[in-house]
Design a binder for this molecule. Structure first.
Ligand code: FAD
Length: 384
């Protein structure tokens, strides 16, 4: 039972036939039939790629390989009874893996009566955001966009909305980025934040640092000191959390509600695995980035297959996270901000590299991972 058909489960989906040959029937549950590759969504927002170019058709991949795709949302996983509950059914499993990603959970009240509040996640909704801005711009209304959150997603969304607006007639949006940190990209070295800030401000984006948002209401964003700024389109890009059902399922979780797993990405003593943004690995402090979700694929494939054929946990392999993963931020000015540990490099070649990696990934439906991107996982030393 694969719960979520996102980045962390792509390899299991590619190797679904092998699981079937090993005697398993495989069910994949996800409310979305297509996965949008998140790394490419800033390029989609900025008009460098069409939304369909970032889409991986997970439902047809599952069905072509002889699995069952259930288009539904899981609301509870019961490891005792070995069942999952969706909004419409209760389904049994012998071995399960949970990779349901994370969602934006603002720490401030939101009242917004214009449909779904625009948020950085799910990324599948980002093209709608771009359309909304485009429609207002084309109608001659200069939309006031306020992006709450100055991390990589906030920078990429703001910068690429501005980039897209450049190619459209009408009244371009005014874009503001708000962060409570004293600079953009606060989790990255200062030079990365400085480049992001100068790239955005050069193109007319207002950057407000050291400001804590306390509420988002229809038409305004409110700060702790009582000041408000107008926002026709607020976009919340802060506070990622795993879906709430994990905590309420009674499985082990950390303080953020993430499924607590050991280095083999399994819940101790259970045939229950997890990967990506919705897990917390004991003894590792992993950021919620796709780099881990993608690299964990190999471990999940190996260990889930081992559990399916009844191998003892001693044969499981362990996740070996990269000490300094390469991250490339696309601020929408034609450059990429490449960060590896404390090193920062900025230039067009980094954006070109990012786009090359992303195109290859999506075109191969997640099968083609850059050489060196996914080393073989380490074999478990201690069993679990
Ligand atoms: C704009 C943006 C750009 C990003 N760019 C990068 C980047 O360049 N590099 C990088 O390393 N990281 C990037 N990230 C982070 C990256 O998106 C995540 O770390 C990655 O998607 C996590 O993969 P996952 O498999 O955990 O979750 P996802 O890929 O999000 O998959 C989760 C799946 O679970 C499904 N699901 C959710 N709830 C349920 C439920 N209740 N029942 C069943 N299914 C459910 C969802 O529909 C989804 O298909 C970016 C994030 C954003 C927002």
């Amino acid at each position: 039972m694969l719960i979520g058909a996102g980045h962390a489960h792509l390899r299991l989906i590619h190797h679904l036939r092998e699981l079937r040959c090993a005697g398993a029937t495989v069910t994949v549950i996800d409310p979305q039939e297509n996965l949008f590759y998140s790394g490419m969504m800033p390029a989609v927002l900025g008009g460098l790629a069409a939304p369909r170019a970032a889409r991986i058709p997970v439902r047809s991949m599952v069905e072509e390989a002889g699995g069952t795709f259930v288009r539904d949302e899981v609301v509870r996983v019961d490891p005792g009874a070995r069942t999952v509950e969706t909004t419409g059914a209760r389904l049994p499993w012998d071995v399960a893996s949970v990779a349901v990603g994370s969602r934006v959970a603002p720490s401030f009240p939101v009242s917004w009566s214009h449909g779904d509040l625009p948020t950085a996640k799910p990324v599948s909704r980002l093209p709608e955001l771009a359309d909304r801005v485009r429609r207002l711009q084309a109608a001659g209304v200069s939309p006031r966009v306020v992006v709450v959150g100055g991390g990589p997603s906030g920078v990429e969304i703001a910068g690429n909305l501005v980039r897209a607006a450049g190619g459209i007639a009408g009244a371009p949006p005014t874009v503001t980025v708000v962060t409570r940190s004293d600079r953009l990209l606060a989790a990255m070295p200062a030079a990365a934040g400085e480049h992001a800030a100068s790239s955005l401000t050069r193109r007319g984006v207002r950057v407000l640092t050291g400001r804590t948002v306390t509420a988002v209401r229809d038409g305004i964003v409110e700060f702790g000191d009582g000041e408000t700024i107008p926002a026709d389109i607020p976009v919340v890009a802060t506070g990622l959390r795993p879906p709430e059902f994990i905590r309420s399922s009674g499985v082990p979780t950390d303080e953020t509600g993430a499924l607590l797993v050991d280095g083999t990405l399994s819940v101790a003593g259970q045939p229950l695995f997890g990967g990506g943004d919705c897990i917390s690995v004991v003894g590792m402090d992993l950021a919620r980035i796709g780099v881990h979700a993608v690299r964990e694929n190999g471990v999940l494939l190996h260990n889930v297959r081992a559990a399916v054929v009844g191998e003892a946990p001693g044969s499981f392999v362990r996740y070996d996270p990269p000490a300094e993963p390469l991250l490339i931020v696309n601020p929408g000015d034609g450059t990429g901000i490449a960060v590896r540990g404390t090193r920062v490099s900025v230039g067009r070649r980094w954006l070109a590299l990012k786009l090359r990696i992303d195109w290859a990934f999506v075109r191969s439906r997640g099968r083609r991972i850059m050489p060196g991107f996914m080393p073989p996982p380490r074999r478990s030393r201690s069993g679990r």
